[in-house]
Design a protein around this ligand. Structure first.
Ligand SMILES: Cc1cc2nc3c(=O)[nH]c(=O)nc-3n(C[C@H](O)[C@H](O)[C@H](O)COP(=O)(O)O)c2cc1C
Length: 240
């Protein structure tokens, strides 16, 4: 009899213990703290991924950008080449590329450059004419590659230059071939005077199930080389 009683008590204690584990798991799942994604939990190798996982918002972030510096040579630039570039430590970056790097630096995000399968010309007039023709033809230039493991990202900073009052057509290619549903898209752009034009509404129309932030970051090519502090302040406002 005593043996049976001990056995019954032991079973009750074990069951109570199991119920306790279940409760604490539920509590942590219901917590208002952002939960790391399963990919973040399993990824331990990349320093970038670690920085991203640790960012203040607790969200995994990717910076996606397209940029077309019209030269790679920092010396003897034409006016057009200088207009489309920022030189940092002797390295020539596109204007939007420079802003993308600043965002990455301030957020610890991963970064992805949108590139066409067939490279664009860097001669200014040829490029301007080709871009106009692409726009007129509603072209969808083929991407050199797509984002891998898109599912792991919660926030996408999306950057591009203003081309003919719109996004370059390759941004349409990108947005139509990546499903950003449920993600937050934060646009940024560089321009020669037109700002964003209507591009933010266009992004929202192409990704109707994404949360597209309306107050993105836009900067003129005339002041882009001095925008580091503004970018830092902006991403801080966003919670990074
Ligand atoms: C094909 C082409 C079209 C452009 N169209 C416009 C435009 O309509 N409005 C504007 O403000 N800037 C326009 N620009 C200027 C670019 O937006 C600006 O130089 C930008 O900073 C370039 O960024 P990137 O160096 O990252 O490519 C155009 C530039 C190019 C090459």
């Amino acid at each position: 009899m005593k043996k049976t009683l001990t056995l019954v008590l032991a079973v009750i204690i074990i069951l109570a213990g199991l119920a306790g584990c279940g409760n604490s798991k539920n509590q942590s799942n219901n917590s208002s703290q952002p939960q790391p994604s399963s990919t973040e939990q399993s990824k331990t190798t990349s320093p970038l991924a670690e920085a991203s996982a640790a960012n203040k918002a607790g969200k995994k972030t990717l910076v996606v950008y397209f940029s077309l510096p019209e030269t790679t040579n920092p010396n003897n630039m034409t006016k057009e080449e200088a207009n489309s570039t920022v030189v940092v430590g002797g390295e020539v970056l596109g204007n939007t590329q420079y802003v993308a790097y600043l965002i990455q630096k301030n957020t610890g995000a991963d970064i992805f450059r949108i590139e066409p399968k067939t490279p664009y010309p860097t001669n200014h007039k040829t490029l301007v004419d080709l871009a106009k023709a692409e726009q007129n033809n509603k072209a969808r230039p083929e991407l050199a590659k797509k984002v891998e493991n898109l599912g792991q990202y919660d926030v996408i900073f999306l950057g591009y230059p203003n081309w003919w009052g719109d996004m370059p057509m390759i941004l349409y290619s990108f947005l139509e071939s990546h499903n950003l549903s449920g993600k937050t898209i934060i646009p940024f752009n560089t321009h020669g005077g037109s700002g964003f034009s209507n591009t933010i509404s266009t992004i929202a129309a192409l990704q109707p199930n994404a949360n597209v932030i309306k107050n993105g970051f836009t900067v003129s090519r005339n002041t882009v080389q001095n925008c580091a502090d503004d970018v830092a302040a902006w991403v801080k406002e966003l919670g990074y």
